[in-house]
Design a protein around this ligand. Structure first.
Ligand SMILES: [Zn+2]
Length: 273
């Protein structure tokens, strides 16, 4: 607690004092452009990883970045979604899962939670579609790979849940809302974004319209200057005809996939039984 109180003082004397105009502006109202839904995990910080300013992200956080389907609960998630989209007119939603997610680890061993953490057990039923899909389609993977696949699949399950909200359904119908699926990797600070057409996770800049691309976005994500970081072997960098480098993560195929799609996603990486 002492550390936090020192932090409060430091925040006021440094950040607040150099951004007083922003704070004054924000006191009159907020106009965030993005609803960012992610896990409560202490290693994931939406503002830090996106370098967003105060007032730019409207955030929902809970264990496992889960959105209960419409009508399933009367919880805060639905109210926050409704407020974000209707009152704040937010037109972009990101659901961001992350590597090493404890909630998804729990989901993969759900029976163990029943007695020890009954509330977590009950909460994870809103991710049951993820558990079932992973169990029935990816059982030939080892437990580490299964966890990463479940994390990736769960973001898509939660997007399906999000679509059950009338306010979301209506805005999507009007073409006034975009939903993005992201995975944040804790050890590399990389973000991968799900691409519906490729059925794969790709670099997020490849999903921007051409008009929004500039030089700073056309290069791959930077690596650390100490040279310790290199692209993990499962990430395949593919040069596109328009010179936008796209990183395809070979571990996260989304089912159902045709054999051709499977082969494309897994080329050169590992065999699929
Ligand atoms: Zn998590």
């Amino acid at each position: 607690m002492k550390k936090l109180i020192k932090g409060l003082r430091e925040f006021k004397s440094s950040y607040f004092c150099t951004h007083q105009e922003l704070f004054e502006q924000l006191s009159h109202g907020q106009k965030p452009r993005v609803l960012f839904i992610t896990c409560s995990d202490s290693r994931v910080d939406p503002n830090l990883i996106t370098q967003a300013q105060l007032g730019e992200l409207f955030v929902i956080r809970n264990a496992g970045n889960i959105i209960p389907p419409y009508g399933a609960t009367n919880g805060g998630e639905g109210a926050t979604i409704e407020y974000a989209v209707q009152a704040l007119d937010i037109q972009q939603i990101i659901i961001c899962g992350h590597s090493h997610c404890g909630a998804i680890k729990g989901l993969m061993k759900i029976e163990k939670l029943r007695e020890e953490m009954p509330l977590v057990h009950d909460w994870l039923k809103y991710a049951e579609a993820t558990r079932r899909l992973v169990k029935e389609h990816y059982s030939h993977y080892n437990s580490d790979d299964l966890l990463e696949i479940a994390i990736a699949e769960n973001v898509l399950t939660q997007i399906e849940n999000l679509r059950t909200y009338p306010v979301i359904h209506s805005k999507l119908y009007q073409g006034r809302l975009k939903i993005y699926a992201w995975i944040y990797n804790i050890e590399t600070a990389d973000i991968l974004a799900y691409d519906v057409e490729r059925h794969a996770y790709v670099s997020p800049q490849s999903q921007l319209p051409e008009s929004e691309l500039d030089d700073s976005l056309l290069s791959p994500f930077p690596s650390c200057s100490n040279g310790n970081y290199s692209t993990p072997p499962h990430l395949e960098v593919v040069e596109q005809p328009d010179d936008i480098p796209i990183v395809i993560d070979q571990r996260f195929p989304m089912s159902p996939l045709s054999p051709q799609q499977m082969e494309r996603i897994y080329r050169g990486s590992r065999s699929v039984n």
